[in-house]
Design a protein around this ligand. Structure first.
Ligand SMILES: [Cu+2]
Length: 180
């Protein structure tokens, strides 16, 4: 009879600790890997008064640059080395280019070559694993999701170990209390 009660008591003590710690650790994992939404970011460049504004931007690889033409005439954004070309952007229209490769790209308006701009593309910052997730592209995600799952599992294992230890400590305290 007392043995059964002891077992029940053990369960009652250990279970809440285990559940609480698992919940906390799951929350911690969720908080520690926020979606780095801006890694696949956007950069707006206005074209006004025959100038690119801002004329020079620094972006991370994978960023999409969108030029919006606020002038009354057609412009383009054309890499001087032929790296990219928006083609004609009519008055009021916009055009976008995604820059996947690092480098410094000078560009002009091919219609008004006195208009100049520069795009500096740096390596994608932070953990490359996190930056690839939000795109929803299935191609290169396998490695990152594996390592993410591994770290999640190890956190859960640590939490379980801590929960077991706390449960044992609680049991000891209960026994001490019972003897009084
Ligand atoms: Cu122009």
């Amino acid at each position: 009879m007392s043995g059964k009660l002891g077992h029940l008591r053990r369960l009652l003590i250990v279970t809440p600790f285990a559940v609480a710690l698992v919940l906390v650790s799951v929350a911690a994992v969720g908080l520690s890997s926020p979606n780095k939404a801006d890694a696949q970011g956007t950069q707006a460049i206005d074209i006004a008064n025959f100038a690119f504004s801002p004329a020079s931007v620094t972006i991370e690889a994978g960023t999409t640059v969108t030029w919006t033409n606020s002038d009354g005439v057609t412009h383009t954004a054309t890499g001087t080395g032929g790296e990219f070309d928006t083609g004609n952007i009519a008055s009021g229209a916009s055009a976008s280019i995604t820059f996947d490769n690092e480098g410094t790209f000078n560009y002009i308006c091919s219609i008004h070559p006195q208009m100049t701009g520069t795009i500096v593309v740096t390596a994608a910052g932070g953990e490359p694993t996190a930056t690839e997730v939000p795109t929803g592209m299935p191609s290169t995600g396998s490695g990152s999701s594996l390592s993410s799952a591994a770290s999640q599992t190890s956190v859960l294992l640590i939490a379980a170990a801590v929960a077991a230890m706390l449960g044992l400590i609680a049991l000891r305290l209960r026994h001490v209390a019972d003897r009084r």
